[in-house]
Ligand binder design. Structure first.
Ligand SMILES: [Zn+2]
Length: 360
């Protein structure tokens, strides 16, 4: 056994990593509460145990599952043609609502303020938005008393992106009151959404009827956790994490089969090298509905948090389209932020970010 060197990670076995990804994707959809999610959990438990890692375990937690029943959006009175292709916006009410449509663009604070400055009261309105991440804006809309939210999807080719409209603030543990927003919401397909917006700007006010039906029921899932003990400072932990669930459709090759395959490949490589600290590998459950698994992991044991010196999150490493990466964190971590093209690497602050943070 020898010490870990920075270039060890350049030697990850790409063929093996690819084969792991194929196996994960082969499970199919892994949305929380589905057989695919359970199958993937079994695969991970077996995979980590097969590597001979320590303390391989399932760490159970309760969460609020989403079971979609129906989603619809239509212009009242039949103007504008048939109903728009729609999918439920998760974490919005199971209800129907009708109201005058108001377009608020990206739905940022400034967009809402601009609309309100023209004398529009958003209370009771059906807000039509083009928000790439609805959960960043929907709670503010709830505070304004909107009747419903119609979010135009960014997905191409007639597809509809599936998103929750609320990730936090918690509750992310029972009781669940307040977890579901008080209005119904749907995502509509991009082209139909653009047609809707053109109708809205063509003169008379337009009324929309939005319906979202779903069951939000408590279920149990689990994180899959394992350890590679450290040698010099085994009491200190570095967490390597990747969520294993997907959104409601698709096999989730990029999000997050890629992160999961990387996690297992790192486990494979790191177990054969001398580590300074204990590495805790966490495959988190139920990320897509609101970080339930990772929240549980952080909240369950304050002592473990005190011993944790860092965490590396592996999420959607192989996104197929160029796009902005969004980091959401506590403001106290802001000084660690670095742009991709910054010459420095992630540092512990005060050093201009040029010193790599040696975690393991
Ligand atoms: Zn993800």
């Amino acid at each position: 056994m020898r010490d870990l060197r920075p270039d060890d990670l350049a030697g990850l076995d790409q063929a093996r990593l690819g084969a792991t990804l194929e196996r994960v994707v082969g499970v199919g959809n892994r949305f929380a509460g589905t057989p695919g999610e359970e199958l993937c959990r079994e695969l991970l438990l077996g995979g980590l145990a097969g590597l001979g890692l320590a303390r391989v375990r399932a760490e159970e937690f309760r969460y609020l599952a989403y079971e979609p029943l129906a989603a619809a959006c239509a212009v009242v009175g039949g103007e504008g043609g048939p109903a728009l292709p729609a999918a439920g916006l998760q974490c919005t009410a199971s209800a129907a609502a009708e109201g005058e449509a108001v377009y608020v663009g990206a739905c940022r604070e400034a967009d809402l303020a601009a609309v309100e400055a023209r004398g529009v009261d958003l209370a009771g309105k059906v807000v039509v938005a083009h928000a790439s991440l609805a959960w960043l804006v929907a709670p503010q809309l709830a505070a304004k008393g909107v009747a419903a939210l119609v979010n135009v999807s960014d997905a191409p080719d007639g597809l509809i992106g599936h998103f929750p409209a609320s990730l936090y603030p918690p509750p992310l543990a029972p009781p669940w009151e307040g977890r579901i927003l008080p209005f119904p919401g749907v995502s509509v397909e991009a082209e139909a959404g653009r047609r809707l917006i053109s109708l809205m700007t063509a003169g008379r006010p337009l009324r929309l009827r939005v319906e979202h039906r779903a069951r939000d029921v408590e279920k149990i899932s689990a994180n899959v956790v394992a350890e590679i003990p450290g040698e010099a400072e085994p009491g200190q932990r570095v967490v390597l994490g990747a969520h294993y669930d997907t959104q409601i459709e698709g096999p989730g090759a990029a999000d997050n089969g890629s992160g999961l395959a990387a996690l297992l490949e790192l486990a494979h490589t790191l177990r054969g090298l001398r580590r300074r600290r204990t590495i805790e590998l966490c495959a988190f459950g139920v990320e897509e509905l609101g970080f339930f698994g990772s929240y549980h992991h952080v909240l369950r044991d304050p002592d473990a948090n005190a011993a944790t010196v860092g965490m590396i999150n592996l999420d959607a490493l192989g996104l197929p389209s160029p796009g902005r990466r969004l980091l959401v964190s506590d403001p106290s971590l802001g000084h660690l932020r670095r742009r991709r093209r910054d010459p420095g690497r992630l540092g512990a602050g005060g050093d201009g970010g040029r010193q790599p943070l040696r975690l393991v």
